[in-house]
Design a protein around this ligand. Structure first.
Ligand code: F3S
Length: 284
């Protein structure tokens, strides 16, 4: 049998914001006095959430559920009033909001203070979008599709920001619908490339592989999307949360195995999966 090769996608696994948030959470677990809680699960990865729990970091849904100690704000960010409320309750706050999300907050605030009507391209109700809305003072239109603007009155000066995980084409469609209706349009492109880089790299790799392993939470939207993209290019694609889910039957007759992982998957999980793959290959 020819030797099979394992290749990890050029962009795979935890993005800058998630790595940073994980570092901050583990540091808080080590150094903070009193209980440490994250406001909502830190990332959509059950293994990581369990590991944090072992280190003493629990999850609360609301600041009111934490009576003392430290609360950690996750990468999505929160409405500023949540941080104010935590401080009022005497809690220490570790703000792990991704700096790229903070940039959206600043842009939204600036546009509102300069008198623009604010449009946020994003998913209504998503925690990141709620945080942007809050940072902008609560008055903005949230739209995902240009059609949602049809019955809406627009002012003469409109400013646009985008949820970091939206696509460039969603932004373009909304901007194209607004432009003819206003006299001034200020667009701040706040899309983060981490998602599209991972998708592009996964698509390229999957098209040259006869088995693809996608690692990440089953509850992680961006990992599920990666698995879908890989399946389109390689039917022998498997979405796993942990390396022990892998079966040797997936590797029968396989020569080139690709590995990718969602933006919420730590690099240690990729390493573990590659080691287990090598073990299964050695045993065939
Ligand atoms: Fe930040 Fe982009 Fe990740 S916004 S949390 S680096 S996907």
């Amino acid at each position: 049998m020819t030797m099979a090769t394992i290749e990890v996608a050029r962009y795979a696994g935890a993005c800058y914001g998630v790595e940073r948030a994980l570092d901050m959470a583990y540091t808080a677990a080590k150094d903070a006095s009193g209980p440490v809680n994250t406001l909502g699960p830190l990332i959509h990865n059950p293994l990581v959430v369990q590991d944090l729990a072992r280190e003493g970091v629990s999850v609360v849904d609301d600041v009111e559920q934490a009576d003392s100690g430290t609360v950690i704000v996750r990468t999505h960010g929160v409405v500023p009033s949540v941080v104010d409320r935590a401080r009022e309750r005497g809690l220490a706050v570790v703000d792990a909001t991704c700096p790229y999300v903070k940039k959206v907050h600043h842009a939204a605030r600036r546009l509102v203070s300069e008198g623009f009507q604010l449009v946020i391209v994003g998913e209504a109700g998503h925690p990141e979008v709620e945080g942007i809305l809050g940072a902008a003072g609560g008055s903005a239109l949230v739209v995902q599709e240009a059609s949602e603007l049809e019955s809406v009155e627009l002012s003469r000066r409109v400013g646009v920001v985008v949820q970091t995980t939206q696509t460039a084409s969603a932004l373009s469609r909304v901007v194209a619908a607004i432009a003819p209706r206003v006299s001034e349009l200020h667009v701040v492109n706040t899309i983060c490339e981490a998602t599209s880089e991972r998708q592009q790299a996964a698509r390229e790799l999957a098209s040259s592989c006869d088995c693809m392993i996608v690692i990440g939470g089953k509850n992680s939207a961006n990992t599920c999307r990666l698995a879908q993209i890989c399946t389109e290019a390689c039917r022998n694609t498997h979405h796993i949360e942990d390396s022990d889910e892998m079966l040797s039957s997936w590797l029968e007759g396989v020569e080139h195995i690709g590995v990718t992982a969602g933006a919420s998957t730590p690099s240690s999980h990729i390493k573990r999966a590659c080691e287990r793959l090598q073990m299964l290959l050695d045993a065939r």
